[in-house]
Design a protein around this ligand. Structure first.
Ligand code: XMP
Length: 513
């Protein structure tokens, strides 16, 4: 089935994929194309609307990106954002100049006043906050356009030619700081482009499967599966697409939470792919014996992981593709049309040097985290896997403070499972960004029955955060903490004290090590 399409024409702004994602959120299929795409090619795609993105340039410079002016006569609605707005004004006979006065440059949150008769702002409040980031200024708006929004510093924050379906905004409706940005994009899609809303994650899955089949052909694919959300969804998508041509290597380093390894294996049992689970617990623990420095633990685990994976890859033999679960936020993108990727995050550092393959495939490269989770559900992965919190690569080794032993890991696994179970029962788990137990290296005196104990203190940690750069400790109910504590000291031998971490980040970090 053919879907309606909106094209995001990329002029090199930072938020281009975010615009595409917002359009998809509104149920409209969307593709990002570089501004250099020939007009004929764009027309052949038959879009219902086009969005010009922002960009770092100034339209009045010869060297800046421009468009074929014929784009404005073909009759398709256009929304220009920031640079895109200025480009539309400039091309259609307006005048854009560098703001002379600082007051006309606008950065950050700005009170903005809207003409709510304009289709773009229909149904929205007359005053709200928008996110601005522009140094240029539209001195003269082109013929046929009216002013549709202003700020205290700027009379033409938005321009509209309702007849032709052309709209330009100086602010960024796609970022969360713009209060009603999502509604404005929806208005553009539904009020101006008359979208039908005919696109869903199910459609995305089908088209992703089809394009992976086309790309991979009868080639063989290898993927290192960690059990985290990204690699799991990438594995499921590839399994759906190429089945037995896919081999997943799941290195069980013995540092996972209770039942986690079995859960991952179980989740993939429905696909006819090659699933290799390597039981490497002994190897990892032997390497970690006597090591208490957190960074050394990380290094040892990372290196051992590569070694194990390499051995398994050799057994598999030459493959055509190495698949990775890289998602959009891992890709710090720049350059027009995705040309220049400044940093590419590899889920398993260094792998490409060790494994014989021709090319990397990254099927989630354009998706944001919550889209990846939705795709995972669509593929039939269980909820506990797709809604999983971040779990560090070195696993419980950095939650057992000091030397890691099998006994300590087992104690921690039991206690952590109780914490997770009680949090889920109380419905607190969905409210938090991350929570877990850590086994401290401290032993202290307690009393149990009539006897003295000298056992470990367990720490509980729960945080809320938007980006994990800073985090607040979570105020979870005392009654819940009490239930968790009572169960842990009663059910888990060698723990006689439970502590709750009330430090935010900074100055603490989320993990203890
Ligand atoms: P910190 O402790 O740095 O944690 O405040 C921030 C986020 O990163 C995760 N984390 C790691 N993830 N390998 C990983 O893959 C690591 O070595 C590692 N250390 C911390 C942590 O769980 C939290 O989500």
């Amino acid at each position: 089935m053919k879907h309606q399409l909106v094209i995001v024409l990329d002029f090199g702004g930072q938020y281009n994929q975010l615009i595409a994602r917002r359009v998809r959120d509104h149920g409209v299929y969307c593709e990002v194309k570089p501004y250099t795409t020939p007009l004929d090619e764009l027309r052949a795609m038959d879009p219902i609307g086009i969005i010009f993105t922002g960009g770092p340039n100034s339209v009045y410079l010869e060297s800046s990106p421009h468009v074929d002016p014929a784009i404005f006569t073909w009759g398709v609605p256009i929304l220009g954002i920031c640079y895109g707005c200025q480009l539309m004004a400039h091309t259609l006979g307006g005048r854009v100049t560098a703001a002379q006065e600082d007051s006309a440059r606008e950065y950050g949150k700005t009170a903005t006043y809207f003409e709510t008769g304009c289709r773009l702002f229909r149904g929205l409040p007359e005053t709200s906050v928008t996110w601005m980031s522009h140094g240029d200024y539209m001195e003269k708006v082109p013929e046929g356009f009216t002013l549709a929004a202003r700020s205290d510093a700027c009379p033409n924050v938005a321009i509209a030619d309702e007849e032709r379906g052309f709209y330009g905004v100086q602010f960024h409706p796609e970022v969360e700081h713009t209060q009603y940005g999502g509604d404005m994009l929806r208005n553009f899609l539904y009020e101006v482009c008359h979208a039908a809303g005919d696109w869903t994650m199910g459609d995305y899955k089908r088209s992703a499967v089809a394009s992976l089949r086309e790309k991979i052909g009868d080639g063989r694919v290898l993927l290192a599966l960690s059990g985290g959300v990204d690699s799991s969804v990438a594995a499921a998508l590839l399994a759906e697409a190429v089945g037995e041509q896919l081999t997943c290597v799941f290195v069980d380093h013995g540092l996972m939470r209770k039942n986690e390894g079995n859960e991952v294996e179980q989740a993939f049992s429905k696909w006819a792919m090659n699933f290799i689970r390597v039981d490497a617990e002994e190897r990892f623990l032997a390497k970690l014996a006597g090591v208490d420095d957190p960074e050394r633990k990380r290094k040892i685990i990372g290196e051992e992981f590569i070694r194990v994976f390499e051995e398994e890859a050799k057994k598999v033999g030459a493959v055509d593709y190495l698949a990775q679960g890289t998602i959009y936020p891992d890709v710090i993108e720049s350059g027009v049309g995705n040309a220049a990727v400044i940093k590419s995050h590899h889920n398993v550092g260094g792998l490409p040097d060790y494994v014989d393959f021709k090319e990397i495939v990254e099927p989630l490269r354009l998706l944001f985290k919550d889209e990846v989770r939705r795709l995972g559900r669509e593929l039939g992965l269980p909820e506990y896997l797709v809604s999983r919190q971040p779990f560090p690569g070195p696993g419980l080794a950095i939650r057992v403070i000091g030397e890691v032993t099998k006994d300590k890991l087992d104690i921690l696994r039991e206690a952590d499972a109780i914490f997770r179970e009680e949090m889920a029962k109380a419905g607190e788990d969905k409210k938090l960004s991350q929570f877990f137990a850590a086994l401290t290296n401290m032993r202290s005196v307690g009393v149990m029955g009539d006897g003295r104990t000298y056992d470990y203190a367990l720490a509980l940690r729960a945080v809320n955060t938007a980006d994990f750069m800073t985090a607040d400790w979570a105020r979870i109910p005392f009654e819940l903490l009490d239930r968790v504590s009572v169960r842990i000291v009663n059910e888990v031998p060698h723990i006689n004290r439970v502590l709750y971490d009330i430090t935010s980040k900074p100055p603490a970090t989320v993990e203890f090590e």
